[in-house]
Design a protein around this ligand. Structure first.
Ligand SMILES: O=C(O)CCC(=O)C(=O)O
Length: 280
């Protein structure tokens, strides 16, 4: 588990002592009012516009979780569809503004320390009545880091709860380290759903605009959307700028962008200035 002593000795920028201690203890923290009303409504409008445009273009967006993780994989039980767009900062400056929001970065600095890099962003839209569930899993399996510095920033675009596809988390599970992956599908990871039964998790009740920051070893899942409205979320995943990825998988466009502080190990060799390795 990655919350270091160094972190507990530092002066907090935004979180209160009790919020910081709660994060360390539970592996997650729900925060309200980090965004202005104007910024939040811009994000919602831009998000809806992006999904509408990409649906019209028939972009490949279906992202329902693969694998045989539920005994009853029927549409009634686990839902049918999740639409996903990744790397939103490649689509609009509104999303770039969100991932560089100083209030959000202050909270992240309190948790991770000075030096934060982008890993990726994504949006999940669970359609009304058929929005699919996510099995209990740890993000860690997808992109392990040497110092386990990585966290997710989950922005709720509407009031969200069990009924409309909300999150459930297992407080303190981040302290247990990586748990056994029981998936047999290559590249898909999830945990034993009996051991980590979503019904035993803590259901997150969030208001529109609330942000949940959680550690990448926190076991979490989410419910199907049975409501009459879409369930929209935006997720920013970041790591400490001096942490080291242990695999090369899941390197997204924009990954490594320094959002706060410095990345000391980034090389300055001219022949590495293009990602395609061309020298022109
Ligand atoms: O969109 C959701 O409800 C859950 C997303 C999630 O847990 C993930 O992408 O790791």
């Amino acid at each position: 588990m990655a919350v270091s002593n160094e972190a507990s000795n530092r002066t907090l920028k935004r979180l209160t002592d009790s919020e910081f201690e709660s994060y360390q203890e539970n592996g997650f923290i729900k925060l309200s009012n980090l965004l202005s009303v104007e910024e939040f409504s811009q994000i919602c409008a831009e998000y809806d516009d992006l999904f509408a445009r990409k649906q019209e273009e028939q972009g490949k967006m279906e992202a329902k979780w693969k694998g045989d993780w539920s005994k009853d994989n029927s549409k009634e039980k686990t839902g049918k569809s999740v639409l996903s767009i990744h790397n939103l900062q490649q689509h609009s400056g509104v999303f770039t503004k969100f991932i560089t929001n100083s209030a959000v970065l202050d909270c992240l600095e309190d948790i991770i320390g000075d030096g934060i890099i982008l890993h990726h962003t994504k949006a999940h839209l669970k359609p009304p009545r058929e929005g699919a569930a996510f099995p209990s899993h740890q993000d860690f399996h997808y992109f392990p880091y040497r110092d386990d510095s990585m966290v997710a920033v989950f922005l709720h675009l509407e009031d969200t709860n069990k009924q409309n596809g909300g999150l459930a988390v297992f407080p303190g599970s981040h302290k247990l380290g990586g748990q056994e992956n029981v998936s047999t599908v290559p590249g898909v990871y999830f945990l034993d759903q009996n051991k980590w039964n979503i019904e035993n998790g803590t259901k997150i009740e969030a208001k529109a605009g609330d942000i949940v920051i959680f550690h990448y070893q926190l076991v979490h899942a989410s419910y199907p959307n049975k409501s009459d409205i879409p369930r929209r979320m935006f997720l920013l995943q970041v790591a400490g700028s001096n942490d080291v990825p242990l695999t090369s998988q899941h390197r997204s466009p924009g990954a490594g962008l320094v959002l706060r502080g410095r990345a000391m190990a980034t090389r300055a060799d001219l022949d590495m200035r293009h990602i395609d390795n061309s020298t022109q």
